[in-house]
Design a protein around this ligand. Structure first.
Ligand SMILES: *Cc1c(COP(=O)(O)O)cnc(C)c1O
Length: 383
């Protein structure tokens, strides 16, 4: 018997929606290949489940942030090429060679460390993608340092620089000046690489915002790979982009009522008594809390859906539980399904809505869904 799903709290992953979102990427970038970003447990959706589903498609490469994330996928039997997008490789070069995880390189020690690991493993050549920092200011070789870096890398022929990439800082802002400059700098960096006799197979700059807003970075020619993340999960990086593609949220976060009671007016609920029943009230307890990634800052603010109606959190979200005022939900019963993120009846709670309540972005709300919440894969649209 499976004892991992006794508690009714779960994140349901709609693979049909994932495939539809991939089709939306394809429709916008028909000539480009897709690197699907599955870092951070696939934005909270379950990296192994999502990667396995994407392996049934023509997604060319999977992108992770950490070597550790790449190893998790390899242990689960994922064989598609994996690019590690971060830069924390020290101590990880041998496993990258062994498990065929391609690093994103931008420091001399990345080249020397990776080349040494290749030699130790008796490998003639291993793959890497070179990152140029065109304006994000995070990681990458600065444009002025490209020449020097390529001259250095040429001394290590074991490392094949088979890709060139950069990352947008502002592509989710309308008409961002920096985005255009980043594209120009990227093309210059590509020209430098070609002058050094390297014609990388993969040339990529476009996150979801780029795919949605910038046709020139998804032409499939000069820039022949796109790197969507959030879009695959059915959300746009910013709301002004939402009309650009028909996306469907992939994750719905569900639980069920495990305790239900009627309390008299004046009854305090949860730690700190920050909520007191303003009338005789029906209070539902849910087995989910901030240890599951449902932020404590949603206390007294967020809604959930019960029987197709909105109901508000009553009092503070606890570590493992929280309470909801369901007084206005006719027929509410023990065991009723409760939606934290997702649709029920004609109502929907989005990750955006929750993000706005705690001053963050939907990316963070999704990534926060904790490992102890089981990911349950479904192919059925859940409406
Ligand atoms: C996370 C990430 C992406 C995906 O960004 P989205 O906005 O989710 O599409 C692409 N490229 C790199 C390097 C990233 O770190």
């Amino acid at each position: 018997m499976d004892h991992s799903r006794i508690r009714p709290t779960r994140a349901e992953i709609d693979l049909a929606a994932l495939r539809a979102n991939l089709a939306a990427v394809r429709a916008l970038a028909p000539k480009a290949d897709v690197l699907a970003v599955v870092k951070a447990n696939a934005y909270g959706h379950g990296a192994v489940q999502v990667a396995r589903a994407l392996e049934t498609t023509d997604v060319r490469i999977l992108g992770v942030a950490l070597v550790e994330e790449g190893l998790e996928l390899r242990s689960a039997g994922v064989t598609r090429p994996i690019l590690v997008l971060g830069g924390a490789y020290e101590g990880g070069y041998d496993v990258m060679v062994q498990y065929d995880l391609w690093p994103t390189v931008f420091r001399p020690e990345h080249i020397t460390g990776y080349a040494a690991a290749a030699r130790r493993a008796g490998r003639r050549q291993v793959m890497a993608h070179l990152k140029v920092d065109t304006g994000m200011g995070r990681i990458g070789v600065l444009p002025d340092e490209m020449e020097g870096f390529l001259a250095f890398a040429a001394k290590y022929p074991e490392v094949k620089l088979d890709g060139l990439l950069s990352h947008f800082a502002n592509a989710d802002l309308a008409d961002a000046d920096l985005t255009s400059r980043q594209i120009a700098r990227f093309k210059e960096a590509l020209a430098v690489m070609r002058r050094h006799g390297i014609d990388p197979s993969f040339r990529h700059l476009s996150n979801s915002a780029g795919v949605l807003d910038r046709p020139e970075v998804r032409d499939g020619l000069e820039l022949n790979l796109v790197r969507p993340g959030i879009m695959l999960y059915g959300l746009t990086p910013a709301s002004w982009l939402s009309s650009r593609a028909p996306l469907r949220p992939v994750l719905s976060w569900r639980t069920a009522i495990t305790h239900l009671k009627t309390v008299p007016r004046g009854t305090p609920i949860s730690y700190g008594s920050t909520w007191t029943a303003p009338r005789e009230s029906v209070i539902a307890t849910l087995p989910v809390g901030y240890a599951d990634g449902y932020a404590r800052s949603f206390s007294n603010r967020a809604d959930v859906l019960v029987r197709g109606r909105r109901a508000k959190i009553a009092g503070r979200v606890c570590m493992d539980m929280m309470m909801v005022d369901v007084t206005d939900v006719p027929g509410v019963s023990m065991g009723d399904e409760v939606i934290l993120i997702g649709a029920q009846g004609n109502e929907r709670i989005t990750a955006d809505e929750l993000a706005a309540l705690s001053g963050t972005i939907h990316y963070e709300v999704l990534c926060a869904v904790a490992a102890r919440v089981p990911r349950v894969v479904s192919d059925v649209a859940t409406i």
